[in-house]
Design a binder for this molecule. Sequence first.
Ligand code: WTA
Length: 650
Amino acid sequence: GLAGRDVLVPSRTSYPCGGRAQCTLTRSPGVQCFLRHVRATGFVKKQCGLVGLCFGGLAFQGVSDHSGLYKFSVNESDRFWGAVARQRLSWISPFHTVQNCDFSQGKIKWFEGGKLNVSVNCLDRHVHTCPERVALIWERDEPGTEVKITYRQLLELTCRLGNLLKRQGVRRGDCVTIYMPPCPLAVASMLACARIGAAHNVVFAGFSSEALADRIRDAQSSTVITVNQGVRGGKVVDLKRTVDQAVQNCPSVQQVLVAMRTENTVAMTDRDVPLEEEMMKEDVVCEPVAMDSEDVLFLLYTSGSTGKPKGLVHTQAGYLLYTSLTHRYVFNYHDGDVFGCVADIGWITGHSYIVYGALCNGGTTVLFESTPVYPNPGRYWEMVERLEINQFYGAPTAIRLLLKYGDEWVQNYNRSSLKTLGSVGEPINTEAWEWYHRVVGDGRCPVVDTWWQTETGGICIAPRPADPEAEIVPGMAMRPFYGIKPALLDTEVGEVLSSNDSTGALCISQAWPGMARTIHNHHQRFTETYFQPYPGFFFTGDGAHRSKEGYYQIVGRLDDVINVSGHRLGTAELEDVVNQCPAVAESAAIGYSHDIKGEGECLPKTRSGKIMRRVLRKVVERNTDELGDLSTLDDPDSVHEVIRGHRRLR
Ligand code: WTA
């Protein structure tokens, strides 16, 4: 009686605590038999009366292999996403329409009619089955001082924080700005917002007070959550001070919740609320709000080619589903694995794979507070050994940097736990790819070069969606994920390039659940940027090549976005800063190729991405003897470049 239905397997599985979990299934004997066989072979046994490929507890009629499943996912996208959404997410009430999208208006809606709570999907359902499983490993700056937080503890933190936010007047639909380094309270803050129906706006804690103020103002936050100080690479960073400077110019802010990362006291004002102290007064139970699928989950600001950074909007159900599915299949993540993504939670990579995708899957996820070279260039691999990380996910810029320090820093540590190596944020050149594969992964771990964007919500092109045996070509993102239908368009005439071995503007021809829904308060800019350049398509801003075999390789941005160390910078933003120097009448920022960072942009910046304006000022004022402390600069040589450039101009 199961043939012909898309959902074959019980949605509730229970996991025994600890170790590598295996699922104990509860349902009819027929299903048990089906699953045992599926687990052993990946395929449904004919004599059970079921034929097909098992995909996360689902089988689709007529689909017997991975390429068939991909075709089904794009051709029958309603059936595919409908079944996956019912199977993977816990709904408070079911959706009535799988998708309702129209690219010409920039209208993207998924799972309308459905109600759910994202924090319940990420926490409560795992607490029911496996409360003592570790949810977060907080890899603090000093090696060996990691802190583990179980699902039960994370739910408690989230509930207390949710109650505190409510007590402070935060309501459903408000937007809370979070300015914190990776730490359990940052994750709990994000999930607490989700629990009470508020949106969050996480701002990377390396951004300047001006950048923070811009984002707080645009999001109209009344509440900011921060820490007294951050600790990174052995240095203490005064984050609260940056927030104090920022909120001076943000009339919407009524309160700042301050967590204590270090023991140092910082000046507190009437506006400031000591976070730990106040949250401990709150109850550990906080009723989750039933959210509509299309309610806002978060804003995340990113650079565009012109104007101010844009606040991309992601919503509840589609985003959660897409991140959890890609987390599971792109990285081949299994229950009990330790997922080590070394991005910051302030970027989309952190949102989607450190937090939402990983926790929705009941995973154990690492929060990395340090740098790749602290206390030495062996840091990543020493951490891999100590935490027994199974999937390592990082940026090519760090790989290129570490490669220069030599193989011993890697070989000193046991990396046998590693199963998959991921790369994200910028193209990975062949030399770095080979080194990552051969030295870090001992030649036995697949390297997955994952292409995606803040706008796409999750990974769109990656080497091995689901098929752990598929061929991988170094330096190529390779294959579209389920439900993703890429297209290359001729940049001159705007026509679809249908043959292989062609290069063009990378577009996506149909909607997927993880894509951004709009730009906060600027829907017109959203349609103009993404849907008008190539009508009928979502335009990514990137160029790509499709090889003879049909594999995709990302060529790089077609617009004025510069990619430095995997961070997106708009030329307009850089020019704005340079133009503030009195001696500058006009400026133009361009990217040039850089061995380690991919592209360089000449300007002296701190490791966290702040441009050191005072250094520029001294150079322009010809006071190069008084440059002051340059120790936080990412690349001290950049100052000499600026000085040389300035001399030439004179
Ligand atoms: C670039 C980061 C080549 C690309 C997840 C994209 C990549 C921009 C890759 C998005 C990759 C990201 N290969 N280029 N594997 N991944 N990019 O929004 O130019 O910070 O448009 O999202 O990074 O950057 P964002």
